[in-house]
Design a protein around this ligand. Sequence first.
Ligand code: MRU
Length: 377
Amino acid sequence: MWWLDIQLFFAPICRNYSETFLLTLKSSFSMKVNNKDYRTVWMEGNEVKLINQLLLPHKFEIYSCKNHTETAEAIKTMIVRGAGAIGATAAYGVAQACLEANDKKDIEKAAETIQKTRPTAQNLFTGINYVLNSIKNVSDLSEIKKIVVEKANKFADYDAEACKKIGEYGNSLIKDNFKIETHCNAGWLAFVDWGSALSPIYYAHRAGKNIFVFADETRPRNQGSMLTAWELAQENIPHAIIADNAAGYFMKKGEIDMVIVGADRIAANGDVANKIGTYEKAVLAKENNIPFYVAAPTTTFDLETEDGNEIPIEERNPDEVLFISGIRIAPEGSTAKNPAFDVTPAKYISGIITEKGIVKADKEEIKKLFNNKDANP
Ligand code: MRU
């Protein structure tokens, strides 16, 4: 019986039979919007379809990219954002470019355009390279056109499955009545499904645990208040949005039991680049003896980058700081600086939750994750 198989599969991570049963009932579903299953990115014919994240939480709309140039532009303008989501979108963009190409040079040029859209999230490069590698030894263009969408689908499926596993592992760290802080949006909008930092939270909630989420608003683009809060509301998870500078107040009062954040790139030594403001949350968590976890699939790791100092940090338009919803809040004449990410040194991280288990933010431990190459996408 299929439901028994699922139940046995989940049994080791469930506290008791009733939790197992609840997971049996609920975990076969992916993420829902108004009770309909959605993924963040997919392909229909030659078009890449995305949930337009610029319109949320006020409007839920699907955005169609008709060619690879439009797909690259959607990544650049953040219609789609979040490490896993842009990785899968980039993989689909390369597939689209293959369908449009007249020769292999067109594909290389398109891959370069997509590569230049955003510099920090490793998943973008993992996605592009995955599709390019899968056609490396195929010289016939018509053969390439036959297989490339399937390859991009495989990459997106891996992301969804990996995030689901992150949820299973991460759930084991969450106790009943836990209050959990998260930063930015590392939910299902930021991946293909489930999310990284939010996936353990979804699992814990679906397993019947009583949890509460503190969502940092995440200035300047407010991914926490606009996207994370929207996702949590869709799942009916109790939560409150807090101003970015309120975390220390709640931590000191003992109101936060753990922090889980996502990652855009993880260096070989376990240093983590994530949305600006993550570093200060990690330092505060250490000061207050609060476990600080990073959740990320192996597609976010960059073993060629020795440590966090080498990770390229995106500098974004100062207007994101100077304006809110199109209204200038700063005095005329003031300038702003707007780094999009910061790096949290490995020493502040209690563990990294991956699809292959929870590991220390440590060079040797991380290396072991990649020993079995076949298990990666
Ligand atoms: O600039 P964004 O919105 O693409 O930022 C990336 C992120 O979504 C965050 O840093 C997130 O916490 C980790 S990536 C899922």
